[in-house]
Structures are given as structure tokens and as C-alpha cells.
Design a protein. Structure first.
Length: 140
């Protein structure tokens, strides 16, 4: 796997959502920091720690064959010299599904290193249901 260079956290975020929509494991992992301290928590899932565990988590999600379009809203961003945080609501649209999925709240932490900005930590969980929607139906 080749690590890509991202000049800004926003570049890394754009690449993340592109890889997610395409279910491209190599592109997804090129966004993550090559660090055993990376963490990822998918909605309803356990915390994955370490590059290999994060990769396996995404491999399992992408292996389902389901593809989705993702739209983000309500972004809150903070950026320092070495770390950046982006918290967003993610809205997934899956072809063939008539009922919209409930939104996911995601917080992504990016770290700047010699190879630019990369994803260090991601925590995603179902947004509080206001209409009794089943948050277990989220994509990942």
C-alpha cells in the first residue's frame, strides 16, 4: 500500500469519502496514518486499534458489496498545526432502499506528518433517533 500525500485535512477528508463511496480498500487505507495508534469505531461496533485491525474492519464493510452515496452536513472543524478535528453528520443513500437511513455522527481526527495530513482516529455512531428510527440499519 502506498501512502498518499494530502496537503490539508480537507483533502484527506475528501479522499476518505471518495474511497468510502467507491468501497476502495486500498484508497481508504492510503488515507490512514501508518501508525499502530490509529483507532476506528463504526456505528454499533467495537473500537478497532492499530492499522491492521482498522484495515480488516473496512475490508469486512466493503466485502458486503453495498455501495452508498454520502452527504455530510453540520460540519464543525478545528485545526491546529499538527492536529485537526472534523465532526459531521453523514447521510447515506443506498440504491434500491426506499426509506432513508438515519444519519451518522462522525468525528475524524487528522494528524500532520512528513507525508502530509492523514486520518488518525474516526468514531462514528448513529445519531439520536427523533422518529424512533432503527440506528442499527446504518451502512457501517
Amino acid at each position: 500500500m502506498t501512502m498518499r500525500f494530502f496537503a490539508t485535512p480537507q483533502d484527506a477528508a475528501a479522499a476518505f469519502y471518495d474511497a468510502l463511496e467507491r468501497a476502495d480498500l486500498d484508497a481508504m487505507m492510503a488515507i490512514w496514518a501508518e501508525d499502530e495508534e490509529v483507532t476506528c469505531t463504526h456505528p454499533g461496533g467495537e473500537r478497532l486499534t492499530g492499522f491492521a485491525a482498522v484495515r480488516e474492519g473496512w475490508r469486512q464493510i466493503f466485502a458486503s458489496g453495498r455501495r452508498a452515496s454520502v452527504r455530510t452536513t453540520d460540519a464543525v472543524q478545528r485545526q491546529g498545526v499538527l492536529l485537526a478535528l472534523a465532526s459531521v453528520h453523514e447521510h447515506y443513500s443506498v440504491p434500491g432502499e426506499e426509506v432513508p437511513r438515519p444519519p451518522v455522527v462522525a468525528s475524524n481526527v487528522y494528524v500532520r506528518g512528513a507525508q502530509g495530513w492523514h486520518l488518525l482516529s474516526r468514531h462514528a455512531s448513529g445519531a439520536p433517533a427523533t422518529s424512533g428510527a432503527d440506528i442499527s440499519a446504518t451502512l457501517h
